[in-house]
Design a protein around this ligand. Structure first.
Ligand code: HEC
Length: 316
């Protein structure tokens, strides 16, 4: 009698689990699953979405995001005779056709109608050269050259600046065979194009490494800054009288780093409170002195107006 009631009262006991294998594995499985989910979520947090979706156009860059430039060895581009390469010739068209089939067919299609297999998922879709609806640059030689040099921002059309200039002209000649209405090369616009990219003098491009990498390696120097940030740096440096400029300078620990940090998330431009918020999180990592914590509200306002104006005027 006594024994029976004791059995009923018996509390939950871990060792019972081992006796009941089904239950034991059930619980083990749950624990394992929870652990894997935790691990997975930690991993997802470390992913760099910029690089994950590096196929251009899949992730539209928003104004708060700076897309990292690829690492490029500085090289000398030899001088190009712009007029020669923009004069139609069967050899250049044949060369262009070859280049088109290796570099462009996947999106723009064999017949140039924008129906390549890799282009099917793109929004906006690849340009249909045979029956185009609109142009961002233009179908002229100069317009197409600009497209190939710079790409079309926030679309699948990447820059093809790795293709040597004369090969780009060959490509353009081939693109012109798709559509007789595309304008022929015009000497004035070819001259302007030549000047814009120093084509007939040849260009020495500096080594280029992504700013984010430069930040990590602590080798952020003036050469690694983009031109807009260089302009801002030199404007601040030459501002001798402005009180705000003096305060700004006194806040920099590493000016290049500070300017880069500011440019990489422009939310601070919304208000001086946002700027203070931005500066008060890891200021030293961002290139600012820890003394930013002591900045007065009046000085913060001055710094805000000054920096915002600098960035709005000079940032591309
Ligand atoms: C990954 C897909 C893809 C590849 C590869 C590609 N393009 Fe494009 N291209 C596009 C998309 C998408 C557009 C439309 C962009 C838009 O509407 O803004 C475009 C637009 C263009 C335009 C029109 C620009 C304008 O002024 O509107 C030209 C010219 C062009 N591409 C040439 C080329 C050439 C030449 C190649 C090969 C060297 C090439 N494209 C490779 C996707 C691609």
């Amino acid at each position: 009698m006594n024994f029976d009631s004791e059995k009923k009262k018996k509390k939950f006991n871990v060792y019972d689990l081992f006796r009941d294998l089904e239950k034991f594995y059930g619980i083990l499985y749950m624990l394992l699953l929870a652990f894997l989910i935790l691990l997975g979520s930690k991993y997802v947090k470390t992913l760099d979405y910029n690089n994950l979706f590096s196929a251009p156009g899949l992730l539209a860059a928003d104004s708060n995001m700076r897309v990292a430039l690829p690492v490029k060895k500085g090289q000398m581009t030899p001088p190009v005779d712009v007029i020669k390469f923009s004069t139609e010739s069967p050899e250049l068209i044949a060369k262009g056709k070859e280049l088109y089939s290796t570099n462009c067919v996947s999106c723009h299609g064999e017949t140039g109608e924008g129906n390549g297999s890799a282009g099917a998922a793109l929004n906006p879709p690849p340009r249909n050269f045979v029956n185009p609806k609109f142009w961002k640059n233009s179908p002229s030689y100069a317009g197409m050259y600009v497209t190939l040099e710079e790409g079309i921002a926030n679309t699948g059309m990447a820059s093809f600046s790795n293709i040597p200039p004369e090969d780009r002209f060959a490509l353009i000649q081939y693109l012109h065979t798709f559509n007789p209405t595309f304008p022929k090369a015009n000497p004035d616009s070819m001259k302007a194009l030549d000047e814009k990219y120093s084509l007939s003098t040849g260009v020495k491009a500096a080594n280029q490494i992504p700013l984010t990498l430069a930040m990590e390696l602590e080798i952020l120097n003036n050469d690694t800054l983009t031109n807009d940030l260089k302009t801002i740096a030199s404007n601040i440096a030459s501002d001798k009288n402005d009180t705000a400029a003096a305060i700004v300078k006194s806040l920099f620990l590493n000016e290049n780093k500070a300017l880069y940090s500011l440019s990489s998330n422009m939310k601070w431009t919304e208000s001086s409170q946002e700027l203070v918020k931005f500066l008060s999180v890891d200021p030293v990592d961002k290139g600012f002195r820890a003394s930013v914590y002591q900045i007065s509200a009046t000085d913060a306002d001055r710094v805000y107006v000054y920096l915002k104006n600098m960035f709005m005027k000079n940032r591309l």
